[in-house]
Design a binder for this molecule. Structure first.
Ligand SMILES: Nc1ncnc2c1ncn2[C@@H]1O[C@H](COP(=O)(O)OP(=O)(O)OP(=O)(O)O)[C@@H](O)[C@H]1O
Ligand SMILES: [Mg+2]
Length: 317
């Protein structure tokens, strides 16, 4: 549905996006994850045709964004980073105005506006002036305008920013409900967002894609190893050397000593469950086992690993 090929965006002196390529299948929800300044908004503006790329091509539903911008825009509902709301208008007035621009036929105008207000839970503020709404409500008005005329593609730049936890939950559910029929690209720097709503994640950092995969695979591929935290009582140097010699164990580190017990971190080989072997080894040697807990790396750890690795490489260079 969306094909981005080798897109580069240069601002005066700054490379905002560099050689970015990816595809989004019909019905898919793709998450664009990256820290501040990574190039998420820039990429989205290019896809929606609001800004030309310096290089590269973008096609939406077969239409080239540069050659057929009107065809592309007609197929996209866009929630920009700062939605250009006409703050002196009422919610209904504004949504009717946008619906007209989007070419919603007159006879469907009222029902279409009522429908998007219902889906974004803003019906109760429909007669309020936008300027007087809270940030969360303004954000929902922005999402509502993107949904008008039921576009097949939705580009949502940080859709849950400024919302309270209940609203975040509602908006994520709304986005999930759009999947299948709609193709969605959303940006965020919040990790649970992609884990909970997206089929696939692109991690972008300093204008470059550093990883593309499902949230599950990203975690699996990049975690490298299983980590098991144990608390044991006994002769620490013997414990360390015996555990290190166990099959499936990559490394054992001592984290702390607490009241004569030792907290150790055992790193196991990827996808190998060594917990019962560990427990057996400890018990058979007559050491005391007080705790055993495995911790897989969260997407947050992976994200930090990916987006800070380059930094340290740079510093080392
Ligand atoms: N109009 C502009 N002129 C010059 N540089 C810009 C302009 N817009 C963005 N940039 C720069 O391009 C880079 C990418 O910015 P972009 O807004 O795409 O990042 P982002 O991933 O959306 O970040 P955020 O999470 O803060 O929204 C940043 O370094 C930013 O400073
Ligand atoms: Mg942005």
């Amino acid at each position: 549905m969306i094909t981005v090929q080798n897109v580069t965006k240069r601002y005066a002196t700054k490379m905002a996006v560099e050689g970015v390529s990816f595809q989004v299948e019909k019905g898919e929800i793709l998450g664009f994850l990256g820290p501040n300044g990574a190039g998420k908004t820039t990429t989205m503006r290019i896809i929606t045709g609001y800004m030309p790329a310096s290089d590269g091509t973008v096609r939406v539903d077969g239409f080239d964004v540069f050659e057929n911008p009107i065809d592309v825009r007609r197929r996209i509902g866009y929630l920009p980073e700062n939605p250009p709301l006409y703050v002196e208008m009422t919610v209904t007035g504004y949504l009717r105005f946008v619906a007209k621009i989007k070419g919603v036929p007159k006879e469907r105008l009222d029902s279409e506006v009522a429908d998007v207000m219902e889906r974004t839970s803003i019906t109760d503020v429909k007669d309020r002036v936008i300027a007087k709404l809270s940030k969360g409500y303004k954000q929902r008005v922005g999402i509502a305008q993107a949904l008008l005329n039921d576009p097949p593609v939705l580009i949502l730049d940080e859709p849950t920013i400024g919302l309270d936890p209940k609203q975040i939950h509602e908006v994520r559910q709304l986005i999930k409900d759009l999947a299948g029929k709609h193709t969605v690209v959303l940006s965020t720097h919040i990790l649970p967002e992609v884990e909970q709503t997206c089929h696939r994640v692109i991690i972008i950092d300093r204008g470059k894609i550093v990883a593309v995969d499902t949230p599950q695979n990203l975690r699996l591929q990049l975690q490298g190893a299983e980590r098991i935290s144990i608390e044991v009582q006994g002769p620490v140097s013997e414990i360390l050397s015996k555990l290190r010699a166990m099959p499936g164990v990559v490394d054992v580190r001592k984290i702390a000593d607490i009241d004569g017990r030792h907290r150790l971190e055992v790193e196991g080989e990827l996808r190998k469950d060594i917990r019962s072997d560990l427990a057996r080894m400890i018990v058979q040697n007559g050491w005391g086992l007080y705790e055993l807990q495995s911790s897989t790396m969260s997407l947050e750890d992976i994200f930090l690993k990916l987006t800070t690795a380059e930094e340290s490489e740079k510093q080392n260079a």
